[in-house]
Design a protein around this ligand. Structure first.
Ligand code: ADP
Ligand code: ADP
Length: 221
């Protein structure tokens, strides 16, 4: 269980970005956080991922406080952030340096298969479309088997067709291993399509306006 308790973040310049933000994140479910630009969404994910420390409050996962980037928590950004000097396979396997070559190759191949890019292993990042590059970023996050996957507006930079395609794909991927996901978006349709719990942020930074639990029948497989 991922628990966010009384998170407050005040940046060194005095900007209050989160104010006593508390949320229990249901295990194995998708939670969406929606709100306009500047309401504190990215700050929230950076705190949950351990990339940034809260001014007050804490993030814990199964009772253990998250104080630095955590191996069980992985993040996907709006831009894929692929390393241009590595092939697609090299990027996907980047976090698996501890494994021997054979094991790594196998995991990379299955990661690429999960995002539908098996034929692209030896391509270079610059040869990919925006949607393909984001699929590679998703594969890279998945191969380390995170318990918690954080997504910061992962599809905002994509055209509507590609976005719909990747939203579908993300739901399939989620259904296969049920990681706990928090997705930040300003797209209400995306939130409703993906999430069971939707956190709506106030326009002024850092506060929750409302938490909605969407009571849907079982999702189709
Ligand atoms: P969102 O992701 O919803 O657009 P952010 O979390 O990026 O919101 O930002 C929340 C508020 O904190 C904004 O007012 C933003 O300008 C401010 N902010 C974000 N990052 C920093 C930073 N590193 N230093 C100072 N202020 C920041
Ligand atoms: P936002 O939604 O606020 O625009 P981003 O997802 O672009 O946030 O960035 C999140 C954080 O990662 C920010 O603190 C930003 O400074 C940092 N960042 C942005 N680009 C890179 C990068 N290429 N490599 C490492 N950190 C980055």
């Amino acid at each position: 269980m991922l628990d966010l308790r009384d998170l407050t973040k005040i940046y060194p310049n005095g900007q209050h970005a989160l104010e006593r933000f508390s949320l229990s994140v249901p295990h194995g479910e998708i939670t969406a956080v929606i709100g306009g630009s500047g309401c504190g969404k990215s700050t929230l994910l950076r705190l949950v991922s351990g990339l940034e420390t809260p001014t007050r409050g804490k993030v814990s996962i199964d009772g253990e406080t998250v104080i630095e980037p955590h191996p069980r928590i992985n993040m996907i950004f709006q831009e894929p952030r692929l390393l241009p000097w590595l092939t697609v396979a090299g990027n996907v396997g980047f976090g698996l340096a501890d494994l021997d070559r054979t094991a790594r190759d196998e995991i990379v191949a299955s990661g690429l298969a999960r995002v539908g890019l098996s034929d692209y292993a030896e391509r270079w990042p610059k040869e990919l479309s925006g949607g393909q590059a984001q699929r590679v970023a998703i594969a890279r996050a998945l191969v380390v088997n995170p318990e918690v996957l954080l997504l910061d507006e992962p599809f905002s930079a994509l055209d509507a067709f590609t976005r719909a395609d990747l939203q579908d794909h993300l739901l399939d991927i989620w259904a296969a291993s049920k990681p706990t996901m928090i997705i930040v978006t300003h797209d209400i349709d995306e939130a409703l399509f993906l999430a069971r719990r939707i956190v709506i942020m106030q326009p002024s930074p850092g506060r929750i306006m409302q938490v909605l639990d969407i009571d849907l029948p079982e999702r189709p497989d």
